[in-house]
Ligand binder design. Structure first.
Ligand SMILES: CC(C)(COP(=O)(O)OP(=O)(O)OC[C@H]1O[C@@H](n2cnc3c(N)ncnc32)[C@H](O)[C@@H]1OP(=O)(O)O)[C@@H](O)C(=O)NCCC(=O)NCCS
Length: 176
């Protein structure tokens, strides 16, 4: 696996609004390894489900202009964790980097770009929240490297086992 320091590609994120766009069909072609589908489900379904939901946004992750990943932003009140976090939040769901592009720092880079994009386009949101399966070590590593904090709170009952709740501050200068 290539280390993060070897990455030279520029990672950026781009909203998808048109299901017939080139970016949308590239997202539908994304794949993860067989054991990873339990964490995210089917990318094509996730894209169409996101585009159907007026409270969600679909985002493509691009590395040097090529679509390598996808995520969903869920702006519904209480999204992802089912309760208020005491500050306006947005939920991250269905995040993936195509298996042919994993391990190159794109996951970490995508989360940094995601936070920058939220600060620019949704400055009213103070927190980005997600849940991640406790056994999903690469995802937890990528989220930590991108600055997410593990709240210590566990969610049980998911089909792939218990999940950590993680948060990222979207304030321009987070307090240490
Ligand atoms: C999670 C995911 C998006 C990370 O993307 P990525 O591009 O591979 O992430 P990065 O390259 O930025 O790697 C992040 C860290 O995880 C580490 N890592 C990779 N595989 C690992 C493993 N099996 N165990 C532990 N750490 C691992 C990497 O080494 C890297 O740390 P490093 O830079 O210090 O070496 C990607 O693995 C993926 O799409 N997984 C399937 C879907 C999924 O689980 N989504 C998350 C749902 S919450």
């Amino acid at each position: 696996m290539q280390s993060m320091s070897a990455v030279t590609a520029r990672v950026r994120v781009e909203p998808i609004v048109d299901p017939d766009s080139a970016a949308a069909s590239q997202v539908r072609a994304l794949r993860v390894s067989p054991e990873q589908y339990r964490y995210i489900g089917d990318p094509a379904f996730n894209l169409s489900d996101t585009l159907r939901d007026p409270k969600s946004e679909a985002l493509a992750v691009l590395a040097d202009g090529i679509v390598v990943g996808f995520y969903r932003l869920d702006f519904a009140p209480n999204a992802v964790v089912g309760r208020s976090l005491g500050a306006p939040s947005v939920g991250l769901r269905a995040f993936l980097i195509d298996h042919r592009h994993q391990g190159r720092g794109y996951g970490t880079g995508a989360m940094t770009a995601c936070c920058d994009d939220l600060r620019r386009r949704h400055a009213d949101r103070a927190l980005l929240v997600l849940t991640v399966n406790c056994i999903n070590a690469p995802a937890i590593a990528a989220y930590r490297k991108a600055g997410f904090i593990d709240t210590g709170e566990l969610f049980r009952g998911g089909s792939a086992g218990p999940q950590h709740m993680m948060l990222h501050s979207l304030h321009p200068h987070p307090t240490p």
